[in-house]
Design a protein around this ligand. Structure first.
Ligand code: PMP
Ligand code: GLN
Length: 385
């Protein structure tokens, strides 16, 4: 039976949406038996001891609803991690919350903090969930464009995007899809801009442990004056290479975390307790575990970027995350990715998919969080530029 026509009562933000580019390209990769360097996920199984901790909790632990805010053990681990890596004092009992992935916590924050017509400053290109979620929460995105090759922004453009209606700045660093890490000067500029205003900052820091070439990850929250207005969101998916777990955590001032909890309680309410136990164990692992994630991804970046360059592609700088991009003409990146998948057997993601508004910078994003043999096989399939 054919599907019914879309209901005219559907909300326009979702009625007008296609399927996300990640799902689309993964299905296309599957249909063509392509090597999938599109959707961002590592191809290794993730740390065995972290998985074991979750498996033990599944078999021996509590499998009924855990506390709405998250297991105390995980919330304590989130606070201890913030202290260990960034010197941040976080009260686990009032200033942390666990959710079903970073995405859920970002959605909860937008739903909880935005009133109809409130403006949200967001840098484009951006993770594809942001703008639909902002709009569905009644917000109005004010886009500031990052420009290649270094994906810097024009300070005047940023300043002009902030108005008396600005409620939030949504910042993602290290940044997907550009692999940019915002510099200390750029962070200071944002900090200056919100100083003395009522603007809150929502920081998507899911790639906090994947920065390269000795660059530190600096949470905006550590800057003077930012502690009281900033919420920081992390993800076990990225930090432990367990994207299917969908365990996220946020920390921030008690007032903002309390508001986010009001939305979280009616979205998912809780997150599977055994996975939380695994992540609580993981966040307590030795510091070398976290630094080796970045070292390993940097090694793969170097290998893959050298291979792309050897085939004649212009590779954009890659300072963090497990993505890198090549330049392709803006009108062609979608067709390029479709051709690459169907004819050459390598799936990738067009950069234009990360731009809510034109003009966009054309490019192709690859995920290099894969085994050497997989990266080499993909490189061997790529046509010369
Ligand atoms: N933010 C960014 C920038 C991402 O790349 C991702 C990747 N999935 C997410 C959020 C979502 O994280 P999670 O899977 O924990 O929801
Ligand atoms: N964050 C991942 C990426 O950018 C995928 C997320 C998803 O599939 N929704 O590729």
């Amino acid at each position: 039976m054919p599907d019914a026509a879309p209901s005219p009562a559907a909300h326009p933000v979702f009625a007008g949406q296609g399927t996300t580019i990640f799902e689309t390209m993964s299905r296309l990769a599957q249909a063509h038996g392509a090597i999938n360097l599109g959707q961002g996920f590592p191809d290794d199984p993730g740390a065995e001891d972290v998985r074991r901790a979750a498996a033990d909790a599944l078999m021996d632990g509590w499998n009924q609803y855990p506390p709405m805010m998250g297991l105390p053990a995980l919330r304590q681990a989130v606070a201890a991690h913030a202290q260990r890596f960034y010197g941040l004092e976080v009260d686990w009992a009032t200033q942390t919350i666990v959710g079903s992935g970073a995405t859920e916590l970002l959605a909860a924050a937008l739903l909880a903090l935005l009133n109809s017509g409130d403006e949200v400053v967001v840098f484009q290109p951006c993770y594809d969930a942001y703008v639909p979620m902002i709009r569905r929460a009644g917000g109005v995105p004010r886009l500031v464009t990052l420009r290649p090759p270094d994906w810097s922004f024009d300070v005047a453009e940023l300043r002009a995007a902030v108005t008396p209606r600005t409620r939030l700045i949504l910042l993602n660093t290290p940044h997907n899809p550009t692999a940019k890490v915002f510099s200390p000067e750029e962070l200071a500029e944002i900090a200056r801009l919100v100083d003395g205003t009522g603007i809150a900052v929502l920081c998507d820091e899911v790639y906090e442990h994947i920065t390269f070439d000795g660059r530190p990850h600096v949470p905006l929250m550590t800057l003077p004056g930012l502690r009281q207005r900033t919420v920081r969101v992390g993800s076990a998916g990225k930090t432990f290479s367990l994207t299917g777990w969908k365990v996220g955590y946020a920390s921030g001032p008690a007032g903002l975390i309390g508001l986010i909890a009001k939305a979280h309680q009616f979205l998912v309410f809780t997150t599977p307790p055994n996975l939380q136990a695994g992540v609580a164990y993981g966040l307590g692992k030795e510091t070398a575990f976290f630094t080796s994630l970045a070292d390993e991804m940097q090694r793969r970046r170097d290998r893959f970027v050298a291979g792309l360059a050897a085939r004649g592609y212009r590779v954009l700088p890659c300072a963090g995350t497990y993505f890198c991009a090549i330049d392709v003409s803006p009108d062609e990146d979608v067709a390029f990715c479709q051709r690459l998948t169907a004819e050459h057997g390598v799936a990738a993601i067009p950069l234009s998919a990360f731009y809510p508004e034109q003009p966009w910078h054309g490019g192709v994003r690859f995920c290099f969080a894969k085994a050497d043999a997989v990266l080499d096989a993909a490189l061997a399939r790529l046509p010369p530029a």
